[in-house]
Design a protein around this ligand. Structure first.
Ligand SMILES: [Zn+2]
Length: 167
């Protein structure tokens, strides 16, 4: 069990474009384990990206099943080198982030996304997600490109909110 410290805004590591993973080795497996343990340590947190534990590699873990009333989801998924290849629809969602503990914001996202990725056996996989899970994938994949939800706020005056309590 290795729960890692969360890299917090404005740490420059959150603004880096992460590197692709080319093979599964011990280091990658350890990174996945650490990410998973860190995600599990936060009962209300549904996703994490490797840069959030200071490792700028293209690995994310999502688990939409941790969100109450989220019926349409694929459970806990490890996605290596995820790429969104189709977007559909639009919705607005109030997002938060472990790396930005003081704020939440209303962000516009696609309502459905299709994502290709590699699994932990380095097999190519595809997932089609909608609503909450689609937002989650877009948020975590943004981290791999050095993009935070703060970068996507249209109006800081009307769409950005200070959190009353910490996650
Ligand atoms: Zn985040």
């Amino acid at each position: 069990m290795a729960v890692k410290d969360i890299v917090k805004y404005p740490d420059p590591r959150l603004k880096v474009t992460s590197d692709s993973v080319y093979q599964i080795d011990k280091y990658i497996l350890q990174t996945i384990k650490d990410l998973s343990d860190t995600l599990d340590a936060y009962p209300h947190t549904v996703g994490i990206a490797a840069p959030q534990i200071g490792i700028t590699l293209r690995i994310i873990i999502i688990d939409a099943s941790k969100k109450r009333n989220c019926r349409d989801n694929h459970g806990k998924l490890v996605l290596i080198n995820p790429e969104i290849y189709s977007y559909d629809g639009l919705l607005q969602f109030r997002e938060g982030c472990l790396s930005i503990p003081d704020f939440t914001a209303n962000i516009n996202r696609a309502k459905e996304v299709s994502v290709c990725y590699y699994d932990t056996a380095f097999k190519r996989q595809f997932v089609k997600a909608s609503d909450f899970e689609a937002v989650l994938l877009q948020h975590e994949i943004d981290h791999l490109n050095g993009v935070l939800f703060l970068d996507r706020v249209i109006s800081k005056r009307t769409d950005l909110f200070r959190r009353k309590k910490y996650i």
